[in-house]
Ligand binder design. Structure first.
Ligand code: ADP
Length: 399
């Protein structure tokens, strides 16, 4: 097994108290994965999955990002990475593609915390931790926002005074870019239609977003300045009237912080159903007539599907030509019912779904589910952000 991983590239996704990692071979056929969680606490631990799929759990009480990374590297054994690719959430206007980490890039990532206060500082901690342990290992930042830097101004500007854009860079950035890049590229590889290709991508997970991609370029997307804009999500409200904040402040006396917490953490599927942010749970309660929250759960599912379909339909305006729709993310990859309901919302698009094929696509299966009569193609493609980050990392470094 020792030489199986060719050009092993370590992909690191640091959160404030966690590190998700994957060591990926150049051909994407082999991968070691794992996650360090509860960092900084007594119950910090690493769950590590070896090449053969065997899981090991290692307690690392009180470990910080740096000591966890030392342990992760030792768990990788003789599979030493040739480079590290970091998922970085916000690249602002500065980064329209992945870049090698330099002192300047690192300081920009830190400065951009004003746009992603929860994420960019954790991403920077991960970069510094790797730097301090392996100063000679090349590192690359792969930004969630970068793929959307091709959006035209009509899509990325808000209709607010221009000074706010020019001086304070208030604009739409979009997120999930690595996933949308992977999915649109993959769709263009597997379709039998000749290009140019226009795709509507629905990444539906706990966080959800849709993007219009034409010839590999993002032309518009549902998330904006922050990942709160757009679709209804697990705990995020998506689009609301921008006057909601002032209304809640005036009528309920809530602070901006309380309102932010409600809209980000207590809304979406959780807020409407009153029971869960998890689509599996919400769907099963919606189907259980004896459950006291059945009606609320059913409305949550209906709203989720209506908004996703409405967004996909509206994003078609960005595309010179539509080839098809791609579903992905935990919900998009696994729930045939949700896919069918979203397609029903888009009933004027002459989409014709093959029920049997739709039902057969779950648990990591890739495939199409349109009939020969469908005007546009329908695909399920499991997303692979780790692979995309590893690929971009090697490309930036010329490896
Ligand atoms: P994240 O945005 O955190 O990466 P995921 O892409 O893993 O999220 O998606 C998580 C969501 O996928 C949850 O709402 C979960 O219920 C949903 N999901 C997973 N499997 C199914 C399924 N079989 N049916 C419906 N929803 C599912």
């Amino acid at each position: 097994m020792s030489n199986v991983i060719t050009k092993p590239t370590l992909v690191v996704n640091c959160g404030s108290s966690s590190i998700k990692y994957a060591l990926i071979s150049e051909d994407n056929q082999h991968r070691i994965t794992g996650m360090a969680e509860n960092l900084g606490l007594d119950n910090a631990r690493i769950v590590h999955k070896c090449l053969d799929g065997k899981k090991t759990e290692v307690d690392i009480p009180g470990a910080n990002h740096k000591s966890a990374l030392v342990k992760i590297m030792s768990l990788l054994g003789n599979q030493s990475p040739i480079a590290v690719g970091h998922r970085v959430v916000h690249g602002g206007r500065e980064f329209s593609s992945a870049v090698e980490i330099t002192p300047h890039v690192l300081s920009e990532i830190k400065r951009l915390k004003e746009l992603a206060p929860l994420h960019n500082p954790a991403n920077a901690i991960g970069i510094e931790a790797v730097q301090s342990i392996y100063p000679d290992l090349p590192q690359v930042g792969v930004f969630d926002t970068a793929f959307h830097q091709t959006m035209p101004p009509k899509a990325y500007r808000y209709a607010i005074p221009k000074e706010m854009y020019e001086k304070d860079f208030i604009r739409r950035y979009g997120f999930h870019g690595t996933s949308h890049a992977y999915l649109s590229h993959r769709a263009s590889q597997i379709t039998e239609q000749q290009g140019p290709h226009g795709w509507l991508i629905a990444h539906l997970g706990n966080g959800s977003s849709t993007t219009a991609v034409y010839e590999g370029k993002s032309l518009d997307t549902s998330m904006g300045l922050t990942p709160l804009e757009g679709l209804m999500m697990g705990t995020r409200c998506g689009d609301v009237d921008p006057s909601l904040h002032i209304h809640l402040k005036r009528t309920m006396g809530l602070s901006l912080e309380q309102i932010d917490e409600i809209l980000n953490k207590k809304s979406g599927l959780l807020g409407v159903s009153g029971v869960s942010n998890d689509m599996r749970t919400v769907e099963s309660i919606a189907n259980d007539n004896s459950h006291p929250d059945q009606k609320n759960a059913e409305l949550a599912v209906e709203m989720f599907c209506y908004r996703a379909g409405k967004y996909l339909a509206s994003l078609s305006c960005a595309l010179p030509h539509l080839t098809g729709i791609v579903f992905s993310g935990g919900i998009g990859e696994n729930s045939a019912t949700i896919r069918a309901r979203i397609i029903e919302v888009m009933r004027h698009f002459s989409l014709d779904l093959d029920e049997q094929k739709n039902d057969s696509l779950y648990g990591g299966e890739e495939g199409s589910f349109h009939t020969a009569d469908s005007k546009y193609e329908l695909w399920v493609i499991p997303t692979d952000e780790e692979y995309q980050i590893a690929k971009e990392t090697r490309a930036v470094l010329g490896l």
